[in-house]
Write a protein that binds this ligand. Structure first.
Ligand code: AMP
Ligand code: ZN
Length: 472
Protein backbone atom coordinates (compact mmCIF):
# COMPACT_ATOMS: atom_id res chain seq x y z
CA UNK A 1 0.00 0.00 0.00
CA UNK A 2 1.35 3.39 -1.02
CA UNK A 3 0.88 6.60 0.94
CA UNK A 4 1.90 10.05 -0.21
CA UNK A 5 4.11 11.32 2.56
CA UNK A 6 4.35 15.12 2.81
CA UNK A 7 7.74 14.73 4.50
CA UNK A 8 9.40 13.24 1.41
CA UNK A 9 6.88 14.62 -1.09
CA UNK A 10 6.26 11.31 -2.77
CA UNK A 11 4.40 8.08 -2.37
CA UNK A 12 6.05 5.32 -0.41
CA UNK A 13 5.19 1.84 0.80
CA UNK A 14 3.32 1.85 4.10
CA UNK A 15 5.21 -0.06 6.78
CA UNK A 16 3.77 0.37 10.26
CA UNK A 17 6.15 0.20 13.22
CA UNK A 18 4.31 -2.58 15.00
CA UNK A 19 1.90 -4.36 12.64
CA UNK A 20 -0.99 -5.13 12.79
CA UNK A 21 -1.16 -2.10 15.09
CA UNK A 22 -1.23 1.35 13.54
CA UNK A 23 -1.04 4.60 15.46
CA UNK A 24 -2.77 7.56 13.87
CA UNK A 25 -3.14 11.12 15.13
CA UNK A 26 -5.49 13.53 13.43
CA UNK A 27 -5.50 17.19 14.42
CA UNK A 28 -8.92 18.01 15.82
CA UNK A 29 -11.01 21.13 16.27
CA UNK A 30 -10.52 24.26 18.28
CA UNK A 31 -13.83 24.34 20.07
CA UNK A 32 -15.11 27.91 19.90
CA UNK A 33 -17.67 27.53 17.15
CA UNK A 34 -19.58 24.97 15.10
CA UNK A 35 -17.13 23.54 12.60
CA UNK A 36 -17.60 24.15 8.89
CA UNK A 37 -17.85 21.90 5.87
CA UNK A 38 -14.13 22.39 5.09
CA UNK A 39 -13.21 20.94 8.49
CA UNK A 40 -15.75 18.19 7.81
CA UNK A 41 -13.91 17.23 4.63
CA UNK A 42 -10.71 16.77 6.61
CA UNK A 43 -12.44 14.79 9.38
CA UNK A 44 -14.29 12.56 6.89
CA UNK A 45 -11.31 11.83 4.64
CA UNK A 46 -9.21 11.04 7.71
CA UNK A 47 -12.00 8.68 8.82
CA UNK A 48 -12.02 6.95 5.42
CA UNK A 49 -8.26 6.39 5.64
CA UNK A 50 -8.66 4.90 9.11
CA UNK A 51 -11.54 2.72 7.90
CA UNK A 52 -9.50 1.45 4.94
CA UNK A 53 -6.59 0.56 7.23
CA UNK A 54 -9.07 -1.42 9.32
CA UNK A 55 -10.44 -3.08 6.18
CA UNK A 56 -6.85 -4.19 5.49
CA UNK A 57 -6.75 -5.84 8.90
CA UNK A 58 -4.81 -3.21 10.83
CA UNK A 59 -5.80 -2.35 14.38
CA UNK A 60 -5.85 1.41 14.37
CA UNK A 61 -5.44 3.45 17.52
CA UNK A 62 -6.95 6.72 16.36
CA UNK A 63 -6.41 9.85 18.41
CA UNK A 64 -8.03 13.18 17.69
CA UNK A 65 -7.30 16.06 20.02
CA UNK A 66 -9.66 18.75 21.17
CA UNK A 67 -8.10 22.19 21.56
CA UNK A 68 -10.16 23.56 24.43
CA UNK A 69 -7.94 26.49 25.42
CA UNK A 70 -6.83 29.04 22.86
CA UNK A 71 -6.98 32.79 22.04
CA UNK A 72 -10.14 32.30 19.98
CA UNK A 73 -11.93 30.52 22.83
CA UNK A 74 -10.93 33.29 25.25
CA UNK A 75 -12.17 35.92 22.81
CA UNK A 76 -15.50 34.15 22.34
CA UNK A 77 -15.95 33.74 26.12
CA UNK A 78 -15.33 37.47 26.60
CA UNK A 79 -17.77 38.38 23.82
CA UNK A 80 -20.46 36.19 25.35
CA UNK A 81 -19.64 37.20 28.90
CA UNK A 82 -19.08 33.62 29.95
CA UNK A 83 -16.18 31.29 30.80
CA UNK A 84 -13.81 29.49 28.44
CA UNK A 85 -14.91 26.18 30.05
CA UNK A 86 -18.54 26.80 29.11
CA UNK A 87 -17.65 27.73 25.53
CA UNK A 88 -15.34 24.72 25.15
CA UNK A 89 -17.87 22.35 26.71
CA UNK A 90 -20.69 23.55 24.44
CA UNK A 91 -18.68 23.22 21.23
CA UNK A 92 -17.02 19.94 22.21
CA UNK A 93 -20.49 18.40 22.57
CA UNK A 94 -21.50 19.96 19.26
CA UNK A 95 -18.37 18.52 17.62
CA UNK A 96 -19.14 15.02 18.89
CA UNK A 97 -22.77 15.27 17.79
CA UNK A 98 -21.77 16.54 14.36
CA UNK A 99 -19.20 13.86 13.61
CA UNK A 100 -21.73 11.23 14.61
CA UNK A 101 -24.18 12.74 12.11
CA UNK A 102 -21.41 12.57 9.51
CA UNK A 103 -21.01 8.84 10.24
CA UNK A 104 -17.41 9.33 11.36
CA UNK A 105 -16.21 6.45 13.51
CA UNK A 106 -15.56 7.34 17.12
CA UNK A 107 -11.86 7.89 17.86
CA UNK A 108 -10.06 5.68 20.35
CA UNK A 109 -9.36 8.79 22.43
CA UNK A 110 -10.33 12.46 22.20
CA UNK A 111 -7.72 14.02 24.47
CA UNK A 112 -8.43 17.55 25.67
CA UNK A 113 -5.64 20.09 25.94
CA UNK A 114 -6.73 21.31 29.39
CA UNK A 115 -6.43 17.75 30.73
CA UNK A 116 -2.79 17.48 29.64
CA UNK A 117 -1.23 20.64 31.06
CA UNK A 118 1.20 18.66 33.25
CA UNK A 119 2.45 16.69 30.26
CA UNK A 120 2.90 19.91 28.29
CA UNK A 121 4.84 21.56 31.13
CA UNK A 122 7.09 18.47 31.36
CA UNK A 123 7.78 18.64 27.64
CA UNK A 124 8.63 22.35 27.78
CA UNK A 125 10.96 21.67 30.74
CA UNK A 126 12.75 19.07 28.64
CA UNK A 127 13.13 21.57 25.82
CA UNK A 128 14.56 24.10 28.28
CA UNK A 129 17.13 21.56 29.47
CA UNK A 130 18.11 20.90 25.85
CA UNK A 131 18.66 24.62 25.41
CA UNK A 132 16.07 25.21 22.67
CA UNK A 133 13.46 26.96 24.81
CA UNK A 134 13.97 30.43 26.30
CA UNK A 135 11.94 32.29 28.85
CA UNK A 136 11.29 36.02 28.51
CA UNK A 137 9.41 37.28 31.56
CA UNK A 138 7.03 34.35 31.75
CA UNK A 139 6.67 33.81 27.99
CA UNK A 140 8.54 30.75 26.79
CA UNK A 141 9.58 30.45 23.14
CA UNK A 142 11.17 27.79 20.96
CA UNK A 143 14.37 28.90 19.22
CA UNK A 144 13.90 27.44 15.72
CA UNK A 145 17.55 27.99 14.75
CA UNK A 146 18.52 25.39 17.35
CA UNK A 147 16.65 22.62 15.52
CA UNK A 148 18.63 21.62 12.43
CA UNK A 149 15.65 19.99 10.71
CA UNK A 150 13.42 23.05 10.89
CA UNK A 151 11.57 23.44 7.58
CA UNK A 152 11.87 19.79 6.51
CA UNK A 153 8.12 19.21 6.34
CA UNK A 154 7.37 22.38 4.38
CA UNK A 155 10.44 21.73 2.27
CA UNK A 156 11.79 25.21 2.88
CA UNK A 157 14.83 26.81 4.47
CA UNK A 158 14.31 29.02 7.50
CA UNK A 159 15.05 32.16 5.45
CA UNK A 160 12.35 31.26 2.89
CA UNK A 161 9.83 30.49 5.61
CA UNK A 162 10.46 33.84 7.24
CA UNK A 163 9.64 35.89 4.19
CA UNK A 164 6.19 34.46 3.50
CA UNK A 165 5.30 33.50 7.03
CA UNK A 166 2.18 34.50 8.81
CA UNK A 167 3.67 34.19 12.24
CA UNK A 168 2.90 36.04 15.40
CA UNK A 169 4.82 39.31 15.82
CA UNK A 170 6.29 39.60 19.28
CA UNK A 171 9.21 41.77 20.26
CA UNK A 172 10.30 39.33 22.92
CA UNK A 173 11.21 36.71 20.30
CA UNK A 174 14.80 36.31 19.14
CA UNK A 175 13.61 35.36 15.67
CA UNK A 176 10.22 35.99 14.00
CA UNK A 177 9.75 32.23 13.44
CA UNK A 178 10.28 31.34 17.09
CA UNK A 179 6.96 30.22 18.51
CA UNK A 180 5.24 30.20 21.89
CA UNK A 181 5.54 27.16 24.10
CA UNK A 182 4.04 28.86 27.14
CA UNK A 183 2.06 32.08 27.18
CA UNK A 184 2.05 34.30 30.23
CA UNK A 185 -1.49 34.94 31.48
CA UNK A 186 -2.91 38.35 30.73
CA UNK A 187 -5.34 39.94 33.15
CA UNK A 188 -8.66 38.09 33.29
CA UNK A 189 -7.41 35.11 31.26
CA UNK A 190 -7.56 31.52 32.48
CA UNK A 191 -4.20 30.24 33.68
CA UNK A 192 -2.30 27.30 35.15
CA UNK A 193 0.67 27.43 37.51
CA UNK A 194 4.00 26.57 35.93
CA UNK A 195 7.76 26.95 36.55
CA UNK A 196 7.53 30.15 34.43
CA UNK A 197 4.59 31.61 36.33
CA UNK A 198 0.89 31.67 35.64
CA UNK A 199 0.02 31.02 32.03
CA UNK A 200 -1.23 28.58 29.43
CA UNK A 201 0.31 26.39 26.76
CA UNK A 202 0.89 27.38 23.13
CA UNK A 203 -1.13 25.53 20.48
CA UNK A 204 1.68 23.41 18.99
CA UNK A 205 2.90 21.91 22.25
CA UNK A 206 -0.58 20.48 22.83
CA UNK A 207 -0.34 18.05 19.93
CA UNK A 208 3.25 17.04 20.74
CA UNK A 209 2.33 16.29 24.37
CA UNK A 210 -0.94 14.51 23.62
CA UNK A 211 0.41 12.34 20.81
CA UNK A 212 3.39 11.40 23.02
CA UNK A 213 1.10 10.43 25.88
CA UNK A 214 -1.42 8.44 23.86
CA UNK A 215 0.65 7.07 20.98
CA UNK A 216 4.31 7.14 22.00
CA UNK A 217 7.45 8.84 20.71
CA UNK A 218 7.18 7.77 17.08
CA UNK A 219 3.78 7.41 15.46
CA UNK A 220 2.84 5.84 12.15
CA UNK A 221 0.49 8.46 10.70
CA UNK A 222 -0.24 12.08 11.49
CA UNK A 223 -2.98 13.80 9.52
CA UNK A 224 -4.44 17.27 9.13
CA UNK A 225 -5.46 19.89 6.62
CA UNK A 226 -2.88 21.48 4.28
CA UNK A 227 -2.92 24.70 6.28
CA UNK A 228 -1.40 22.87 9.23
CA UNK A 229 1.85 21.90 7.44
CA UNK A 230 3.35 25.22 8.38
CA UNK A 231 3.74 26.31 11.07
CA UNK A 232 1.72 23.82 13.18
CA UNK A 233 3.16 20.50 12.06
CA UNK A 234 6.62 21.90 11.43
CA UNK A 235 6.63 23.09 15.03
CA UNK A 236 5.30 19.80 16.36
CA UNK A 237 8.26 18.06 14.68
CA UNK A 238 10.74 20.54 16.17
CA UNK A 239 9.34 20.05 19.67
CA UNK A 240 8.86 16.28 19.62
CA UNK A 241 12.11 15.34 17.87
CA UNK A 242 14.18 17.64 20.05
CA UNK A 243 12.60 16.34 23.26
CA UNK A 244 12.38 12.64 22.40
CA UNK A 245 15.43 12.25 20.14
CA UNK A 246 13.39 10.01 17.84
CA UNK A 247 11.60 10.60 14.54
CA UNK A 248 8.18 11.97 15.42
CA UNK A 249 6.00 10.73 12.54
CA UNK A 250 6.66 8.22 9.77
CA UNK A 251 3.85 9.25 7.38
CA UNK A 252 2.47 12.77 7.17
CA UNK A 253 -0.89 12.96 5.41
CA UNK A 254 -2.41 16.32 4.43
CA UNK A 255 -5.85 17.08 3.06
CA UNK A 256 -6.61 19.59 0.33
CA UNK A 257 -8.96 22.47 1.03
CA UNK A 258 -12.63 22.58 0.47
CA UNK A 259 -13.11 25.79 -1.48
CA UNK A 260 -16.00 28.05 -2.25
CA UNK A 261 -15.53 29.70 -5.63
CA UNK A 262 -11.84 28.79 -5.58
CA UNK A 263 -11.30 30.32 -2.16
CA UNK A 264 -10.56 28.27 0.96
CA UNK A 265 -13.62 27.83 3.12
CA UNK A 266 -12.69 29.41 6.42
CA UNK A 267 -14.18 30.96 9.50
CA UNK A 268 -12.11 34.11 9.10
CA UNK A 269 -13.20 34.73 5.49
CA UNK A 270 -16.82 34.18 6.48
CA UNK A 271 -17.48 32.08 3.33
CA UNK A 272 -18.56 28.99 5.18
CA UNK A 273 -21.48 26.68 5.88
CA UNK A 274 -21.49 24.84 9.15
CA UNK A 275 -21.31 21.08 8.82
CA UNK A 276 -24.48 20.74 10.92
CA UNK A 277 -26.35 22.98 8.48
CA UNK A 278 -25.36 20.82 5.50
CA UNK A 279 -25.76 17.47 7.28
CA UNK A 280 -29.26 18.36 8.40
CA UNK A 281 -30.15 19.17 4.76
CA UNK A 282 -28.53 16.15 3.11
CA UNK A 283 -28.03 12.57 4.31
CA UNK A 284 -24.43 11.86 5.24
CA UNK A 285 -24.12 9.39 2.36
CA UNK A 286 -24.47 12.17 -0.22
CA UNK A 287 -21.82 14.43 1.33
CA UNK A 288 -19.41 11.56 1.99
CA UNK A 289 -19.83 10.30 -1.57
CA UNK A 290 -19.30 13.84 -2.88
CA UNK A 291 -16.03 14.05 -0.92
CA UNK A 292 -14.98 10.53 -1.95
CA UNK A 293 -15.36 11.43 -5.61
CA UNK A 294 -12.30 13.64 -5.47
CA UNK A 295 -8.87 12.77 -4.24
CA UNK A 296 -8.16 13.79 -0.66
CA UNK A 297 -4.96 15.67 -1.55
CA UNK A 298 -6.44 17.97 -4.17
CA UNK A 299 -8.66 21.01 -3.70
CA UNK A 300 -12.41 20.53 -4.00
CA UNK A 301 -14.90 23.23 -4.89
CA UNK A 302 -18.16 22.91 -2.98
CA UNK A 303 -21.18 23.49 -5.12
CA UNK A 304 -24.52 22.14 -3.99
CA UNK A 305 -25.85 21.97 -7.56
CA UNK A 306 -23.48 18.99 -7.97
CA UNK A 307 -25.16 17.14 -5.13
CA UNK A 308 -28.21 16.03 -7.11
CA UNK A 309 -26.04 13.91 -9.42
CA UNK A 310 -24.25 12.48 -6.36
CA UNK A 311 -27.68 11.64 -4.93
CA UNK A 312 -28.58 9.77 -8.11
CA UNK A 313 -25.35 7.80 -7.87
CA UNK A 314 -26.05 6.90 -4.26
CA UNK A 315 -29.56 5.80 -5.22
CA UNK A 316 -28.13 3.38 -7.77
CA UNK A 317 -26.22 1.70 -4.95
CA UNK A 318 -29.12 1.63 -2.47
CA UNK A 319 -31.57 0.40 -5.15
CA UNK A 320 -29.26 -2.48 -5.92
CA UNK A 321 -28.91 -3.28 -2.22
CA UNK A 322 -32.72 -3.36 -1.83
CA UNK A 323 -32.99 -5.63 -4.85
CA UNK A 324 -30.27 -7.95 -3.56
CA UNK A 325 -31.96 -8.19 -0.17
CA UNK A 326 -35.24 -9.16 -1.86
CA UNK A 327 -33.49 -11.75 -4.01
CA UNK A 328 -31.78 -13.27 -0.96
CA UNK A 329 -35.22 -13.82 0.59
CA UNK A 330 -36.60 -15.38 -2.58
CA UNK A 331 -33.71 -17.50 -3.86
CA UNK A 332 -32.08 -20.72 -2.74
CA UNK A 333 -28.64 -22.27 -3.21
CA UNK A 334 -29.74 -24.49 -6.08
CA UNK A 335 -29.85 -21.81 -8.75
CA UNK A 336 -27.17 -21.07 -11.30
CA UNK A 337 -24.02 -19.12 -10.46
CA UNK A 338 -23.63 -16.38 -13.09
CA UNK A 339 -20.41 -15.96 -15.00
CA UNK A 340 -19.28 -12.97 -12.95
CA UNK A 341 -15.88 -12.56 -11.38
CA UNK A 342 -16.58 -10.74 -8.18
CA UNK A 343 -12.98 -10.94 -7.01
CA UNK A 344 -11.93 -8.72 -9.95
CA UNK A 345 -14.03 -5.89 -8.55
CA UNK A 346 -12.62 -6.41 -5.07
CA UNK A 347 -9.10 -6.38 -6.46
CA UNK A 348 -9.83 -3.23 -8.48
CA UNK A 349 -11.24 -1.51 -5.39
CA UNK A 350 -8.18 -2.44 -3.36
CA UNK A 351 -5.78 -1.43 -6.13
CA UNK A 352 -7.37 2.02 -6.16
CA UNK A 353 -7.32 2.40 -2.39
CA UNK A 354 -3.81 0.95 -2.08
CA UNK A 355 -2.61 3.72 -4.36
CA UNK A 356 -2.64 6.53 -1.80
CA UNK A 357 -6.34 6.09 -1.00
CA UNK A 358 -7.56 6.88 -4.48
CA UNK A 359 -11.24 7.12 -3.53
CA UNK A 360 -12.45 8.59 -6.88
CA UNK A 361 -11.04 5.54 -8.63
CA UNK A 362 -12.52 3.24 -5.97
CA UNK A 363 -15.95 4.86 -6.39
CA UNK A 364 -15.70 4.34 -10.16
CA UNK A 365 -15.05 0.63 -9.55
CA UNK A 366 -18.13 0.43 -7.30
CA UNK A 367 -20.30 2.02 -10.00
CA UNK A 368 -18.95 -0.45 -12.57
CA UNK A 369 -19.86 -3.21 -10.15
CA UNK A 370 -23.40 -1.85 -9.69
CA UNK A 371 -23.89 -1.56 -13.46
CA UNK A 372 -22.59 -5.07 -14.12
CA UNK A 373 -24.57 -6.75 -11.34
CA UNK A 374 -27.72 -5.02 -12.62
CA UNK A 375 -26.96 -6.48 -16.06
CA UNK A 376 -26.77 -9.97 -14.56
CA UNK A 377 -30.03 -9.43 -12.66
CA UNK A 378 -31.86 -8.39 -15.80
CA UNK A 379 -30.52 -11.17 -18.02
CA UNK A 380 -30.23 -14.26 -15.79
CA UNK A 381 -33.01 -16.02 -13.92
CA UNK A 382 -32.91 -18.63 -11.20
CA UNK A 383 -29.65 -17.28 -9.76
CA UNK A 384 -28.17 -19.01 -6.70
CA UNK A 385 -28.55 -17.23 -3.35
CA UNK A 386 -24.77 -17.20 -2.87
CA UNK A 387 -24.38 -14.75 -5.76
CA UNK A 388 -26.68 -12.20 -4.10
CA UNK A 389 -25.02 -12.77 -0.74
CA UNK A 390 -21.55 -12.23 -2.18
CA UNK A 391 -22.66 -9.12 -4.05
CA UNK A 392 -24.15 -7.62 -0.90
CA UNK A 393 -21.01 -8.49 1.07
CA UNK A 394 -18.92 -6.61 -1.51
CA UNK A 395 -21.11 -3.53 -1.16
CA UNK A 396 -21.03 -3.80 2.61
CA UNK A 397 -17.23 -4.00 2.73
CA UNK A 398 -16.67 -1.13 0.31
CA UNK A 399 -19.53 1.35 0.58
CA UNK A 400 -20.46 0.79 4.21
CA UNK A 401 -17.27 -0.19 6.00
CA UNK A 402 -14.74 1.87 4.06
CA UNK A 403 -16.51 4.85 2.50
CA UNK A 404 -19.23 5.01 5.16
CA UNK A 405 -21.86 6.16 2.65
CA UNK A 406 -24.59 3.63 3.42
CA UNK A 407 -25.80 1.62 6.37
CA UNK A 408 -27.11 -1.79 5.44
CA UNK A 409 -28.35 -2.43 8.96
CA UNK A 410 -30.52 0.67 9.11
CA UNK A 411 -33.61 -0.97 7.62
CA UNK A 412 -32.87 -4.21 9.41
CA UNK A 413 -32.88 -2.55 12.81
CA UNK A 414 -36.48 -1.45 12.31
CA UNK A 415 -37.40 -4.97 11.24
CA UNK A 416 -35.61 -6.31 14.34
CA UNK A 417 -37.64 -4.03 16.59
CA UNK A 418 -40.87 -5.40 15.06
CA UNK A 419 -39.61 -8.90 15.63
CA UNK A 420 -38.74 -8.07 19.24
CA UNK A 421 -42.26 -6.71 19.87
CA UNK A 422 -43.79 -9.84 18.42
CA UNK A 423 -41.60 -12.09 20.54
CA UNK A 424 -42.49 -10.32 23.78
CA UNK A 425 -46.17 -10.51 22.89
CA UNK A 426 -45.83 -14.26 22.31
CA UNK A 427 -44.33 -14.62 25.81
CA UNK A 428 -47.12 -12.51 27.31
CA UNK A 429 -49.65 -14.80 25.67
CA UNK A 430 -47.93 -17.95 26.99
CA UNK A 431 -47.89 -16.44 30.49
CA UNK A 432 -51.60 -15.67 30.18
CA UNK A 433 -52.28 -19.29 29.16
CA UNK A 434 -50.15 -20.54 32.07
CA UNK A 435 -52.27 -18.49 34.50
CA UNK A 436 -55.46 -19.87 33.00
CA UNK A 437 -54.04 -23.37 33.54
CA UNK A 438 -53.21 -22.35 37.14
CA UNK A 439 -49.48 -22.79 36.46
CA UNK A 440 -48.72 -19.71 38.56
CA UNK A 441 -45.09 -20.53 39.27
CA UNK A 442 -44.43 -20.87 35.54
CA UNK A 443 -46.26 -17.59 34.81
CA UNK A 444 -44.21 -15.81 37.47
CA UNK A 445 -41.02 -17.24 36.09
CA UNK A 446 -41.77 -15.77 32.68
CA UNK A 447 -42.40 -12.37 34.30
CA UNK A 448 -39.24 -12.55 36.44
CA UNK A 449 -36.97 -13.73 33.64
CA UNK A 450 -38.18 -10.93 31.40
CA UNK A 451 -37.67 -8.48 34.23
CA UNK A 452 -34.05 -9.62 34.57
CA UNK A 453 -33.35 -8.71 30.94
CA UNK A 454 -35.06 -5.34 31.29
CA UNK A 455 -38.56 -6.13 29.98
CA UNK A 456 -41.08 -5.05 32.61
CA UNK A 457 -44.57 -6.57 32.35
CA UNK A 458 -47.44 -4.43 33.56
CA UNK A 459 -50.73 -6.19 34.23
CA UNK A 460 -53.73 -3.94 33.72
CA UNK A 461 -57.46 -4.22 33.29
CA UNK A 462 -57.15 -4.53 29.52
CA UNK A 463 -54.44 -7.17 29.63
CA UNK A 464 -50.70 -7.08 29.98
CA UNK A 465 -48.52 -4.35 28.58
CA UNK A 466 -44.75 -4.01 28.82
CA UNK A 467 -42.02 -1.43 28.87
CA UNK A 468 -38.31 -1.73 28.26
CA UNK A 469 -35.99 -0.48 30.97
CA UNK A 470 -33.48 2.04 29.63
CA UNK A 471 -29.84 1.02 29.94
CA UNK A 472 -27.58 3.56 31.70
P1 AMP B 1 -9.33 24.16 12.92
O1 AMP B 1 -10.48 23.95 13.87
O2 AMP B 1 -9.39 25.45 12.16
O3 AMP B 1 -7.98 23.95 13.59
O4 AMP B 1 -9.44 23.02 11.77
C1 AMP B 1 -9.61 21.64 12.00
C2 AMP B 1 -9.11 20.87 10.79
O5 AMP B 1 -9.79 21.25 9.60
C3 AMP B 1 -7.62 21.09 10.50
O6 AMP B 1 -7.03 19.85 10.14
C4 AMP B 1 -7.63 22.06 9.33
O7 AMP B 1 -6.46 21.95 8.55
C5 AMP B 1 -8.84 21.60 8.56
N1 AMP B 1 -9.42 22.63 7.66
C6 AMP B 1 -9.66 23.93 7.94
N2 AMP B 1 -10.22 24.56 6.87
C7 AMP B 1 -10.35 23.62 5.88
C8 AMP B 1 -10.86 23.63 4.53
N3 AMP B 1 -11.38 24.72 3.97
N4 AMP B 1 -10.82 22.47 3.84
C9 AMP B 1 -10.31 21.34 4.38
N5 AMP B 1 -9.82 21.27 5.64
C10 AMP B 1 -9.83 22.39 6.39
ZN1 ZN C 1 -2.32 19.46 15.90
Amino acid sequence: MLIYNTLIKKKEEFKPINPPNVTMYSCGPTVYNYFHLGNARTFIMSDIIRRYLEYKGYKVKYVQNITDIDDKIIKKANEENTTTEKIACKYTSAFLEDIEKMNVKVATVYPKATEHITEMIDLIKKLEIKGVAYNVKGNVFYDVFKFPGYGKLSGKKIEELESGARVEINEEKKNPLDFSLWKKAKKGEPYWESPWGKGRPGWHIECSAMSLKHLGKTIDIHAGGNDLIFPHHENEIAQSEMANEKPFVNYWIHFGFLNIRKEKMSKSLGNFFTAREIFSKYPYGIIRLFFSQSHYRGPLDYDDTLLSSVEKGLEKITNLIDELKKQIEKSDQNGIVPDFNLSDYRKAFETAMDDDFNTPQAVAVIFDFVRDVNKVLSSDTNIAKSFFQDAIKYLKDTTQNVLGIINLEQGEKVENIDLLNDLINVLILIRQKAKEEKLYAFADEIRDRLNEIGVILQDGRDGTDYKIKKKN
